[in-house]
Design a protein around this ligand. Structure first.
Ligand SMILES: [Zn+2]
Length: 365
């Protein structure tokens, strides 16, 4: 490939401001963003022999190829390898600390990183010990970056298991110590979110925040259930809300009642374009619905989903959007402010990050 084939003339300048632009990510999976070299070292330390390669560069490519299959179910298989090396306090602490460092190096100033505690019990840790190890790792990562990033965690319940109420209780128990909220993830087909209603009711009783993966593999009915039956404050992905939007020949659009409800109530969509391409939820960047949703006034946020598995970073997601839609810094400022506004943080803290970090950072670009 020749660089001139698809890199615009101003690419270096673009790459420079993208790197410096303050970013906020609300949808990033801890077990989908490990450093390849760390996976290999931890696999050796814990005796895990299932890795497809012991070379960091090769391993990174393997993850991306496996995820490029176009199937959500296959995409989720890649996590067996990362979770295999995330079974001790030391491993979880290190992975969380490195996650904070990597995000900060990419210009992320606020992150909510999610993981499913129940997937880290094979080494004998309790659920509470898993949460403490990850939280301690993030505090260490924040410290190493000199406070350039603030990280909260979301505890994920898995759609296909029956532990969501327990994980919701764990979320409430650790809410004052680094846990910002709760999420439901895993294969969407055949596992509707309302199966986990007791978990959501527990969170509501305790005034706790939660988001739900919906509208990725299943259409608008999944988003309807997440918002109206379960009470989700944000939607993970949510791109299939377009099923409830009719676009006319003249470019205008008519929103169905669900789409209007989501837009009018400012329910944030945690959009992850590269991940959507890999799971088949979108065809390519140029036709990805993010631009249409933004122009229709939805609260759109831009996210990575799985940095290792999708071979992406926040800067790369920015670059894809620049290439596809010609976005300049003002649009990324809009995405970043939207993400911080939708963060599971106290309002004064959200305002502080926007006024003291995000706005001045964009003004300086
Ligand atoms: Zn996700």
């Amino acid at each position: 490939m020749h660089l001139s084939d698809n890199v615009p003339a101003d690419a270096p300048a673009t790459a420079d401001w993208i790197r410096r632009a303050p970013k906020a990510v609300l949808h990033d999976h801890l077990d989908g963003g490990l450093r390849p070299a760390t996976i290999i070292e931890l696999a050796r330390a814990c005796g895990y022999t299932g890795l497809p390669s012991e070379d960091p560069a090769e391993l990174a490519v393997w993850f991306r190829d496996a995820a490029d299959s176009g199937s959500l179910e296959r995409y989720l298989e890649t996590f067996a390898h990362t979770c295999a090396v995330m079974q001790t306090r030391e491993a979880l602490f290190r992975i969380a600390a490195e996650c904070a460092e990597d995000l900060a190096a990419d210009g992320v100033v606020y992150a909510e990183v999610r993981y499913a505690p129940e997937q880290h019990l094979a080494g004998g840790l309790t659920l509470d010990e898993v949460v403490e190890a990850v939280n301690d790792g993030f505090r260490e990562g924040e410290r190493r970056t000199g406070g350039r990033i603030t990280v909260g965690t979301l505890l994920t319940g898995m759609r296909h298991t029956d532990r969501s109420l327990e994980i919701a209780e764990l979320t409430v128990a650790h809410r004052e110590r680094g846990v910002a909220g709760f999420d439901i993830a895993g294969g969407e087909i055949g596992n509707p979110p309302a199966r986990h209603l007791p978990a959501f009711q527990h969170l509501k009783r305790h005034n706790c925040h939660f988001t739900i993966h919906a509208g990725e593999a299943v259409g608008a009915e999944s988003i309807h259930e997440a918002v109206q039956v379960c009470g989700a404050e944000r939607i993970g992905h949510g791109v299939r809300i377009t099923d409830d939007i009719q676009v006319h020949e003249d470019g205008t659009a008519t929103l169905g009642h669900l789409a209007a409800y989501v837009r009018d109530n400012r329910i944030a969509l945690e959009v992850c374009p590269t991940s959507n391409l890999q799971t088949g939820a979108a065809k390519d960047y140029a036709t990805h619905p993010i631009d249409q949703l933004r122009r229709l006034g939805f609260r759109v946020t831009l996210n990575t989903d799985n940095r290792l598995v999708s071979g992406t970073t926040m800067s790369q997601e920015f670059q894809h959007m620049v290439d596809a839609f010609g976005y300049g810094p003002e649009v990324f400022e809009e995405f970043t402010v939207a993400a911080v506004e939708a963060a599971f943080l106290p309002l004064p803290e959200r305002r502080r990050i926007i006024d003291e970090v995000v706005r001045p950072g964009y003004a300086a670009l």
